[in-house]
Design a protein around this ligand. Sequence first.
Ligand code: HEC
Length: 126
Amino acid sequence: MREISPVSPLRRRHAPVAALAAAALVVSFFPASPAAADSLVGDPEYGAFLAGECVTCHQESGDFDGIPPIVGWPVESFVLVMRQYQDGTRENPVMRTIAGRYSDEELAALAAYFATLGPGAIENTR
Ligand code: HEC
């Protein structure tokens, strides 16, 4: 007959770890879902750091020089457009490659940073 032991100390120690792991899974799943992404709040300072690549083509001043300006946009529109490059709804190959490198968190940070620039800035940061 199998011995029936009371819950071992080992088991008791490990159960909360399993629960935490499950919670972490749930948390990491959500930013990937479109519904949750709209509520993502980006860090504009991180965005400024990431923007180094973007401003080799897009003017930080918001001027149009053949490449469309991306400053002063509402955060949601910015993230939406970047997602459209990621999923191919927008087909520009250059922007598709670039957008594909960024996570939701990074896109939110970029959106937060560019929203602080240009004519729409005051409205967007209110
Ligand atoms: C190599 C040059 C280049 C770089 C670098 C670049 N872009 Fe672009 N971007 C473009 C071009 C060209 C377009 C216009 C593409 C099109 O017609 O869809 C564009 C379009 C966009 C648009 C849509 C603008 C509109 O009016 O529809 C956004 C938003 C954007 N880029 C964001 C970014 C961000 C954020 C970065 C940095 C992570 C970045 N771009 C880096 C060249 C670049």
